[in-house]
Design a protein around this ligand. Structure first.
Ligand code: URA
Ligand code: ZN
Length: 396
């Protein structure tokens, strides 16, 4: 049958991860994070250990393998991470028509320059094949070999731009090693913009562990995931803004994970700090003779999209308001810039069957319904219409 545009009310999940089986094998062979390991205290339960905040528990488990009451580091590596059948089952359970898949953190950030291009190719081919096996239900954000020479990154972008189901790239905050305000990234960003590939900016590194204090092990993953991740995203995108990346490449389009971290709440403060910074003020005077600069609100209203992975109607309201450019950005359009996501397979339900409904999904869907009205045109845009338009998705 001919591909047809998805139904207006189709639900699209733009924030949904996988590790292809080859990537999981690589993690199993590693001795430093990120890694997969099985501990004697729980032999049936392979663990995925990703975050630097998990290292203290990992070291403790290694030095004391027989202790029975130890906290097992990491999180369970379930089939949900690498089984496509499981992803489709998850989509069907939650009435998700289309998913835009991405490799989960920390992508290829830890690979040597020599390894990265091959693993990128293998990974992007896996995603492309998965999409091709369910045409109209799956698209993907590709992965770049950021530790490799620039020519390799550029050729990967070229390949992705010719890959039918690829709509962009997932990017962490480290860039080429110096963050996303690195001038050496501008040619990469330009190539992405030119090829109409949207960036999906996603955190991994969080904040220095020290800020979580001496009792952090008692608090599980809450501090790094709930607070470290969003601050990391906020800082990364603010650095891009301050470096003038959005002005240099006005066609660059970027989706921020977790509703922009804390950007909707802090954009006003960032703007005020810029307006009251003596150093920036005199530099701006010299550069433009006092001409009006583009504000963060305007960038939010033209080049930034936010996902709706924020778990509360309060966050959804803030994201819509910030995306409409606040009062100073020209206003309007906020409802066009927010896109539903699930963050599957992270945050599985703990008290109920993993094959059933996930509370992490229903919290995000309810948040949209509560903020914008269940079943309204506005809610339908956020639940899928915006992703279909922005990422040019075609249904089954
Ligand atoms: N934890 C992660 O490491 N990544 C996610 O995307 C979500 C939770
Ligand atoms: Zn995620």
């Amino acid at each position: 049958s001919q591909p047809s545009p998805p139904k207006a009310a189709a639900v699209v999940d733009i924030h949904t991860h996988m590790y292809p089986p080859s990537y999981v094998s690589m993690l199993r062979s590693r001795t430093e994070i990120p890694l997969v390991r099985t501990f004697p205290a729980s032999p049936e339960d392979p663990r995925l250990i990703l975050l630097s905040s998990e290292v203290p528990l990992l070291l403790e488990a290694e030095s004391n393998p027989a202790r029975s009451n130890q906290i097992i580091p990491g999180r369970p590596l379930t089939r949900h991470y690498s089984s496509l059948a499981q992803k489709i089952h998850f989509m069907d359970t939650h009435k998700i028509a289309i998913s835009v898949l991405s490799l989960a953190n920390p992508w290829l950030d830890f690979l040597s320059p020599a390894e990265a291009p091959l693993v990128a190719k293998e990974t992007n081919t896996s995603f492309s094949d998965m999409c091709a096996s369910h045409p109209g239900r799956l698209y993907f954000f590709g992965t770049l070999p950021l530790t490799a020479p620039t020519s390799e990154i550029q050729s990967c972008i070229d390949n992705l731009s010719r890959t039918p189901y690829c709509r962009g790239v997932i990017l962490g905050t480290s860039g080429l090693g110096s963050g996303l305000d690195d001038p050496n990234l501008l040619p990469i960003f330009s190539a992405l913009a030119e090829k109409n590939l949207t960036i999906f900016l996603h955190p991994h590194y969080g904040l220095p562990n020290q800020v979580y204090g001496p009792r952090q092990a008692e608090y599980g993953h809450v501090l790094p995931l709930a607070l470290g991740f969003p601050m990391e995203t906020t800082i990364a995108v603010t650095r891009m803004f301050l470096a003038g990346v959005f002005d240099s490449i006005p066609t660059l389009q970027i989706i921020l994970a977790h509703s922009g971290g804390t950007l909707p709440f802090l954009a006003g403060r960032i703007e005020s700090c810029i307006a009251h910074d003596g150093h920036l003020f005199s530099r701006q005077q010299q550069k433009t003779g006092g001409e009006k600069r583009r504000t963060l609100w305007e960038v939010l209203n033209t080049q930034i999209y936010l996902d709706a992975v924020v778990y509360s109607d309060v966050g959804v309201q803030a994201a819509v308001a910030a995306s409409s450019g606040g009062e100073r950005g020209g206003g309007g359009g906020g409802l066009e810039r927010l896109m539903f996501g699930t963050d599957h397979p992270f945050f599985p339900p703990l008290g109920t069957d993993e094959q059933g409904e996930w509370e992490s999904v229903s919290l995000n869907a309810q948040a949209v319904g509560r903020a914008l009205g269940e079943g309204t045109e506005a809610a339908e845009k956020v639940m899928g219409g915006n992703a279909i338009r922005v990422l040019r998705l075609v249904g089954e």
